[in-house]
Design a protein. Sequence first.
Length: 268
Amino acid sequence: MAIITFSREMGSGGIPIVHKVAEALGYTLVDGDVIKDAADDYDLSQEALQQIDEKPPAFVENLDRQIELNMSRIQLIVLEQALKGKVVIYGRGGQDLLPGISSVFRVRVIAPFEERVERWAEREWIDPDLARSLVRKSDQQRAGFIKYYFDRNWTNPIEYDLIVNTTRTSIDTAVKLIVEGSKDPSLIEKTPTCKLKIKDLIIQKKIQIARLDDERIKDIWFNIAVKDGHVTLSGHVYSEAERRAIIEDSQKVTEVTGVTDNLKIVNY
């Protein structure tokens, strides 16, 4: 079956819908709780999760490199969960982490802004003005997160396979629509090939983590492509030492079957 990625607006009713979808399909829900539980195994502190999860960068050079490193660790958790199959990925740019994976069923749940404000105020027992501020801030943060890390317009409908407006659609109806959509034969047939692609994405992410964590590499303006376990490095580095460092980091990833070095050294 499909990997379901789930995008939602704050106050749209996404939380009960995604839980019911996972329960109905018998899928693992990959959400904040799963990431928190796995954090220690990926060198992620709880403080780091609060700082970066689904938020845009700080635009401070040294801090942003650490933020990107921790973000990549979160993304690795999500990718390794996706490889297991039968998952619903809740937020975290799930669909953007799986480019070219045709078994992904991309869902978005929406509702009008003022309706979401009213729902959030009732749910949290807070003043409507405070709820309005929180919903607006959430929208801005999530839109900024997707735009910065994936260069995508969060609200563009063409980016999704199913959009559910919960203004007049009940939770149960939304769940039925998502469950049925995830069973489309075109998604199921492509699953084996997609697993191989996810393995390559995992290798790529591990190398990205290694390069961000390697103090020998001053900048990260080069590309990492992986196909069937073989890594191709392209773009530029600033020194021979940096070139050797990234090759070494790539070779240390156990799943890598070989490395092609197309890097150019540019001194400036």
